[in-house]
Design a protein around this ligand. Sequence first.
Ligand code: URP
Ligand code: ZN
Ligand code: ZN
Ligand code: ZN
Length: 502
Amino acid sequence: MDFDLVVKNGFIVTAAEVHPPGLEIGVKNGKISCIGVGLPQGPNTKVIDAEGGYITPGGVDSHVHLSQRNCPTGDNWETGSRSAIAGGTTTIIAFVSQEKTNDSLIPVLRDYQAKSTDQSYSDYGFHMILTNPNKTILEKELPMLAKEEGITSVKLYMTYEPMKLSDRQLLDIMTACRALGMTTMIHAENSDMIDLIIERLEARGHTEPYFHAFARPQLAEAEASYRAICLAEIIDAPVLLVHMSSETALQHVRAAQGRLLPIHAETCPQYLYLLSEKLKKTEDDHYHGAKSVCSPPLRHEPSDLDCLWQNVANGTITTFSSDHAPSKYNVPGGKRLGLINGIPKFTKIPNGLPGVETRMPLLFNRAGRIEQGNRITMPRFVQVTATNPAKLYGLDGIKGSIAPGYDADLVIWSIEKENGVTITNSMLHHDIDYTPYEGMTVKSWPRYTILRGNVVWDRDNGGLIGKMGDGKYLKRGKGQILNGRTGNPVKGMATGEREHWA
Ligand code: URP
Ligand code: ZN
Ligand code: ZN
Ligand code: ZN
C-alpha cells in the first residue's frame, strides 16, 4: 500500500512522550495509518521533511466564539477558522447561544448551522449555551442534541444579566447533562458581588477601562467556582470551570480533584501572559485599555501569572483554550462602544479577546525541557492543547493524538534560527484590528498545519492554502471524565443519604 503522505525527520510528541527523529508518520485517506521506521514511499506519496522540528497533534480549541450576537464586530466562521488553521489549530468547538427569549433551541441551532456550514477552514463542533432552560429543553431537546446532532456539552453562566442562571437552574441542567453523559462548562463569577462593586465604582466616577479589573475581583471567581463545585458534588455531576484566572479558585478545584470529584478546569493564554496594566490608557490613546477587557479580567500581579503556569504544569488545569471572543477596536459597535460621547464607561465594552491563532504558539513558547527553563513539558503541551479537550468533549479516537486510526491532524513547528517570531496583528488571519500580544516574541510558529492529511497552512510557501469549506462538522460522542470519578461519597452526608432523593 502506498501512503498518501509520509511525515519524517521530526520529534513526534504525544500526551505521553517525545519520540526521537527516525519515527515516521504514514497517512492514508486522511487518517494516520502507521507510525514506523523507514516507511515505504510510492510514486504518489507526498513527503514532508520536518527538518528536526517538533510534530504535535493539530490543536483542539474547545472555547471559541464565532458569529455570536453579543460580538457583532467579531469573527465569523470564515475568518475565525482560517485564523485557527494558521496558528496550528485544526479543530474548534464554538458556541450556539440561546437567548433568554428562545423557548426552543432548535431554531437557534439551525441559525448557527446556516452561519457555519461550508464556511469553515477547520473541523468544528458546537457547544450549546443555555440561558433559559425549560422542561422541554431539558427533557426532549438536550437528548435530541446529544443523539442526533452530536452536541454533547453545554456552557452555563453564573454572571452577566442576560445569561446568568440561578443555582437551582444550574442544578437542574447538571442533572440532565449527567444523565446524558454531556459535559457541563461553567463561567463562574459571583454576579451580585460584581454588581455591587460596579455601582460603587460608577458613583465615584471610576468608569475607565482599567476599573474593569477592579470590578471582578478574584474573590468573585473563587466564590462562584467553589459554589459550582458544591452544586456538582451534591448531584454527583462532572463539570468543567472555564477560563480560570485565580489562585483561590484553582485551590478549590485542586482540593476537589484530590477528593476524586470529577472537576475539570480550563485556562487561556491571556491568564498566563497579560496583566491588568494592559487596561490602562496610553499616552496617545486614552481608551487603549478597552482592547484588553475580558472576563474574568486580567489580574494584577506577575505572581498571578506564575500561579496559572504552575496549575497548567501540575495537572490542575485540564485544558487550554483561547476563549477567542473578539470585537474590533476602532469600528462602530466594537470595543469603543464603552466610550459614550467621549465619556468612558467600561461596563459597555464588549468582553473578550482575540486569540485563536496565537493560542498554540504562546503555550509552545514555554514548553520543552524543564531543566532548560521551560514551564511545561512537551507532552503536557499536547495534553492540554489537543488530547485532553478531545477526550473531554467526545472526540477521543478521532482527534487530539498521533496514533493509528486518528485523523491525520498535525502541526510541524518551525525551527527559528534567529530570535524567534515576533507577533504582529498584520501577520494574523482573524478579522480583528488588533492583537493583545502585539510585539511579543515566541520561539516558534507552525511551519505546517495538516488537516486530515492535507497541508492547509504552509508558512514558507503560500501561507494559508486550505480553503473555506475544508472543515467538517463533527458530531461528538460522550465526553470522558479525565480526573476523578462519579459515585464518590459526599462529605458531610450519611452513606446512602443521597439515594433518598437523587
Ligand atoms: O470576556 C469574555 N471571556 N467574553 C466571552 C464570553 C465568555 O464569557 O466566555
Ligand atoms: Zn465565559
Ligand atoms: Zn468564552
Ligand atoms: Zn427516604
